[in-house]
Write a protein that binds this ligand. Structure first.
Ligand code: DGL
Length: 260
């Protein structure tokens, strides 16, 4: 079988990377996809670099066993801590996701932008290198403590999440940010709650659409784009209770529990 017909693999610490999967599926509807939600090990954001690398290798190996032609690391924490090691170790193209600091820093009028991400992302060398390139901009960093754990336990609409967001966003409002960068693939699901808190002129950006465009570009460059118009297969695997993944996908796609 031609390699172009093989699936794209995606993984995240849990359900958040489905926000990336949606962008990829919309842009590349003919591609088969396999999504791994490593919810058993979520959150990654508080773990050390070595553990994040080990989990990322485990997920990658499972996806490679399913013949994935390209792997999307649909997790900022795994990308910023492990993508270099993944690229060195495995002979397959990897697409990563990083906080969209650059467009926010270029377009800000108030010279202040906010970034909400996990501890693992904000403390990574890759992230700090990016931020160091924009010395004239006040980058207000905030760790989203506990947000991923609450989303993973199905508490997306909870008062607890609203209270945490108020607490995390207030220093950014005080600093007069006009851009908020969502640096975790779980956070796009919090946009309605975030919009209730931020002044209306603050733009919220994430990297999902850019990741989808980059995926297309890399597939084309490697002659692996599947453009045969057929009904694509979408497989969602989780290693924890499938209920939360089903809910985030609005029960539109089959979810299977697997051991990986
Ligand atoms: N969704 C992930 C990210 O983009 C990881 C969150 C976590 O597991 O802490 O960073």
């Amino acid at each position: 079988m031609e390699k172009s017909k093989n699936p794209i693999g995606l993984f995240d610490s849990g359900i958040g990377g489905t926000s990336i999967w949606k962008e990829i599926h919309a842009l590349l509807p003919w591609e088969d996809t396999i999504y791994l939600a490593d919810s058993k090990n979520a959150p990654y954001g508080q773990k050390g670099k070595d553990e994040i690398i080990a989990l990322s290798c485990k997920n990658t190996e499972y996806l490679l066993e399913q013949n994935c032609k390209l792997i999307v690391v649909a997790c900022n924490t795994a990308t910023t801590n492990a993508i270099k090691e993944l690229r060195e170790k495995y002979d397959v193209p990897f697409i990563g996701i990083e906080p969209a600091i650059k467009p926010a820093a270029i377009h800000t009028n108030t010279n202040a932008i906010g970034i909400l991400a996990t501890k693992g992302t904000l403390s990574s060398e890759l992230f700090n290198k990016t931020v160091a390139g924009f010395t004239g901009v006040n980058v207000v960093e905030q760790v989203g403590y506990n947000l991923v754990a609450l989303i993973e336990s199905g508490k997306l609409e909870s008062e607890e999440i609203r209270e945490l967001l108020k607490q995390y966003l207030q220093p950014m409002i005080d600093a007069n940010i006009d851009y908020l960068v969502l640096g975790c693939s779980h956070y796009p699901y919090l946009v309605p709650q975030i919009k209730e808190i931020l002044p209306p002129h603050v733009k919220i950006i994430d990297s999902g659409a850019a990741v989808a465009r980059q995926t297309k570009k890399v597939l084309e460059a490697n002659m692996m784009l599947n453009d045969e118009k057929h009904k694509s297969t979408t497989l969602f695997y989780t290693n924890a209770d499938p209920g939360v993944l089903n809910a985030i996908l609005e029960n539109k796609y089959p979810v299977e529990r697997k051991d990986f």
